[in-house]
Design a protein around this ligand. Structure first.
Ligand code: ADP
Ligand code: MG
Length: 373
C-alpha cells in the first residue's frame, strides 16, 4: 500500500500527523481482511540515507493502529524482501523513505518491479502524491492488480464532483506563494468557475503585468507572463476575476516588520505586500458567503506572522461560515484553518495541494490512471 505519510517534522518530531491519521482507515480495512500490509511512502526530500528515516512515522502509526508495525531496513533489497515474506496477516511492515532510492522520482522500472515483488496486490491511497509518476505511485501499479484506497477514492469523488457538477455560483479562492504553479491553473479556473478571487503573493504577478509598482513583493518572472495571459483570458470570459484593491505591507518578511495598510495596490520601494487589505477581505468574504460552492487553495498573506494574518483569517472565517459546499486544498491553507480552529467547519479538507489543483484543472493524475490496468 502506498500512503502519503509525508508529515512535517521539526527536530525529528512530527508536528502534524493529519496525513498519518488519514491513511489509517484503509490500513485497518486491509488488516481486517487478514492482509499483511507492506506500507510505503516518501518523507521530505532526503539527500542521503542518513536523512529522514520513517522511524518517527512508524512510532506514530503503531500508536494509532495498536498493531505491530515493523520498520524495514530499506526500501527494497534482500533483507526487505525477507521481512515482507515473513510478515504475518494482521501485521504491518513500513518500508523506509521511498526517496532513499534515486529510482523513486525517476519512476525507474527496476525499482517498481522490486516493490511489486514484495506484495500480491497494490493499493494506492496517496492522493497527495498521485500527480507524480514515481515508482511507488505509478510504476509499481503496472505489475500487480491495483486498487484505490478509501482516502484516494473519497478525494477523487469530492473533487471531481466539485469540478464537474458544482452548485453555482462556484467561487475559487487562490493564494499562497507557489506563484507560477498556481497562475498556470487560473486560466482553466476561469472556464469552470463563476468567480475567481486572487490573494497571496500571486496578485503581485498581476500587478507587475499591469505595470503597477510591486516594491520588494514576492514576484516570479515566469508568473508575470502567465498573469498577462490570465488577464487577457478574463476579458473574454464570463467568469469574474477579482484582485485586491487594498493591501497590508511590511518593510521586511518578519513578524516584527513595520506594518502599514495601504488603500490601493501600489507597493513602495523598500516595502513588500504581505496580506490583502481589509476592504478586499470584506469583498472576498461577501463573494464566499454568496457561493453555492467554494474551493480555497493558498493563504491570502503571510498568515504565520500575526501582523499579516487578518486577510487569511477573514477568508477562513467566511469559508467556515459559508452555506455552500466548501473544499479546501493545500498544506498551508489546511494549516491556517487548523491554526484558526476552523478545520472542522469545512466540508472537505483535501490532503493534496498540487494533486487537487491538477485534478480540478482536468489533468489526468498518473497515480490514478495506472490503477486497474
Ligand atoms: P498551500 O500550501 O496552501 O498550497 P502555498 O504553499 O502556495 O500554499 O503558499 C503558502 C505560503 O505563502 C505561506 O507560507 C505564506 O506565508 C506565503 N505567502 C502568502 N502570501 C504571501 C505574500 N504576499 N508574500 C510572501 N509570502 C506569502
Ligand atoms: Mg505549501
Amino acid at each position: 500500500m502506498r500512503a502519503d505519510l509525508n508529515v512535517p517534522l521539526a527536530d525529528g518530531e512530527i508536528t502534524d500527523d493529519t496525513r498519518i491519521r488519514a491513511a489509517v482507515p484503509t490500513i485497518q480495512a486491509l488488516l481486517k481482511r487478514d492482509a499483511a500490509v507492506v506500507l510505503v511512502s516518501h518523507l521530505g526530500r532526503p539527500e542521503s540515507r542518513d536523512e529522514l528515516s520513517m522511524r518517527p512515522v512508524r512510532d506514530r502509526l503503531a500508536k494509532l493502529l495498536s498493531v505491530p508495525v515493523k520498520l524495514a531496513p530499506g526500501v527494497v533489497g534482500d533483507e526487505v524482501a525477507a521481512a515482507a515474506a515473513e510478515l504475518e496477516p494482521g501485521h504491518v511492515l513500513l518500508l523506509e523513505n521511498s526517496r532513499w532510492e534515486a529510482g523513486e522520482t525517476e519512476n525507474d522500472p527496476e525499482l517498481a518491479e522490486s516493490l511489486a515483488a514484495l506484495a500480491d496486490i497494490y493499493v494506492n491511497d496517496a492522493f497527495g502524491a498521485a500527480h507524480r509518476a514515481h515508482a511507488s505511485t505509478e510504476g509499481v501499479a503496472h505489475h500487480l492488480p491495483s486498487y484505490a484506497g478509501l482516502l484516494l477514492e473519497r478525494e477523487l469523488n469530492e473533487l471531481t464532483s466539485l469540478r464537474d457538477d458544482p452548485e453555482r455560483p462556484l467561487v475559487v479562492v487562490l493564494g499562497g506563494a507557489k506563484v507560477s504553479d498556481k497562475v498556470g491553473v487560473l486560466e482553466r479556473f476561469l472556464e469552470i468557475a463563476d468567480k475567481v478571487l486572487v490573494g497571496g503573493a500571486m496578485c503581485f504577478s498581476f500587478f507587475r503585468a499591469r505595470g503597477v509598482g510591486t516594491g520588494d513583493s514576492l514576484v516570479e518572472e515566469k508568473g508575470v507572463g502567465l498573469a498577462e495571459a490570465v488577464l487577457e483570458a478574463a476579458e473574454r470570459s464570463d467568469c469574474e476575476l477579482l484582485l485586491p484593491t487594498d493591501l497590508v505591507i511590511g518593510d521586511s518578511f518578519s513578524a516584527h516588520a513595520e506594518r502599514k495598510e495601504v488603500d490601493g495596490i501600489e507597493v513602495p520601494d523598500g516595502w513588500m505586500g504581505l496580506d490583502i487589505g481589509p476592504e478586499t477581505t470584506k469583498r472576498y468574504a461577501e463573494a464566499i458567503a454568496g457561493a453555492g460552492s467554494v474551493l480555497w487553495n493558498g493563504p491570502m498573506g503571510a498568515f504565520e506572522m500575526e501582523p499579516f494574518a487578518a486577510g487569511t483569517r477573514g477568508v477562513a472565517k467566511a469559508v467556515a461560515a459559508a452555506t455552500g459546499r466548501t473544499v479546501v486544498g493545500g498544506g498551508d491553507s489546511a494549516a491556517a484553518l487548523v491554526a484558526f480552529g476552523l478545520d472542522q467547519a469545512v466540508d472537505w479538507l483535501s490532503t493534496g495541494g498540487g494533486a487537487s489543483l491538477e485534478l480540478l484543472e482536468g489533468k489526468e493524475l498518473p497515480g490514478v490512471a495506472a490503477l486497474g490496468r
